[in-house]
Design a protein around this ligand. Structure first.
Ligand code: ADP
Ligand code: MG
Length: 250
């Protein structure tokens, strides 16, 4: 579905990604994890074409993502960032339907899609007329998710979507999000720095350090057969988070 071939990206003196090669499986949830500054967000921005790699290529469903086709590619990908990225001067409804209106969808099609998304995300209909500041953090992220899903993209990219939420809201939204991913069967790439969250969501987990992939696999692989002492250090530093992984005793 998405292939990254020898991707490198440098900002000034710092190399954010060092020759990363990676295939993201269609219909699966891949989690990108690693310490702050290891290149996770940069990788998502390269996939969606907000940044261009210095070297290497991003191939989306067989087609290279290049400046020439970046806008048509981007419509096939939904993108949610940590702070939601909602336009503060637009209501929830206006935020969600912005692209569909730009693409001149009919009123009927917009309404139908919005109804589906409200049901999917369990967002209250009366919240649609509120501005982002009038919504809770969890509700804002549900609106961001609806906006990302509006055009029914093949791929959903989420950059620490739960990072700014308090623990109770976060747990609820984790469960709901996982249910949504399972229902939609889309290709999902989720960034987190929390190992418990990675285990909860990831069909596959990719652990980065300083712009390089250190290990790729399921959580058990990382725990039982670490590819590098760093893997164990990273996991042990978050033991308490692992104990809250739902449904799994590790
Ligand atoms: P992560 O999301 O894993 O925390 P990022 O991808 O945001 O990491 O950043 C990786 C590295 O690249 C960091 O050293 C960061 O400071 C640097 N970086 C990211 N974006 C820019 C930018 N636009 N300009 C300069 N440096 C950047
Ligand atoms: Mg980041």
């Amino acid at each position: 579905m998405i292939e990254l071939n020898n991707i490198s990206k440098t900002f000034g003196m710092s190399q954010a990604l060092k020759s990363v090669t990676l295939t993201l499986q269609a219909g699966k949830t891949t989690v990108l994890i690693g310490p702050s500054g290891c290149g996770k967000s940069t990788l998502l921005r390269l996939i969606i074409g907000l940044l261009e790699p210095d070297n290497g290529s991003v191939i989306f469903s067989g087609t290279p993502v290049v400046q020439k086709n970046v806008f048509s590619m981007r419509r096939k990908m939904g993108y949610v960032i940590q702070e939601g990225g909602l336009f503060p001067h637009l209501t929830a409804r206006q935020n969600i339907i912005l692209m569909a209106r730009y693409l001149k969808w009919s009123v009927h099609s917009i309404k139908k899609r919005l109804d589906e998304l409200l049901e999917l995300t369990q967002f209250p209909r009366d919240g649609l007329e509120r501005f982002p500041v009038q919504l809770s953090g969890g509700q804002q992220q549900r609106v961001s998710l609806m906006r990302a899903l509006m055009l029914d993209p093949d791929v959903l990219l989420l950059d620490e979507p739960l990072g700014a939420l308090d623990p109770m809201i976060r747990a609820d939204l984790q469960t709901d999000l996982k249910g949504i991913f399972q229902r939609l069967k889309k290709t999902v790439v989720l960034v987190t720095h929390d190992i418990g969250e990675a285990g909860f969501f990831g069909d596959e987990i990719i652990l980065f350090r300083e712009g390089e992939i250190i290990q790729q696999g399921i959580l058990e692989d990382l725990i039982l057969s670490p590819a590098d002492p760093f893997v164990t250090q990273f996991i042990n530093a978050q033991r308490s988070s692992l104990e809250t992984v739902k449904g799994d005793s590790i």
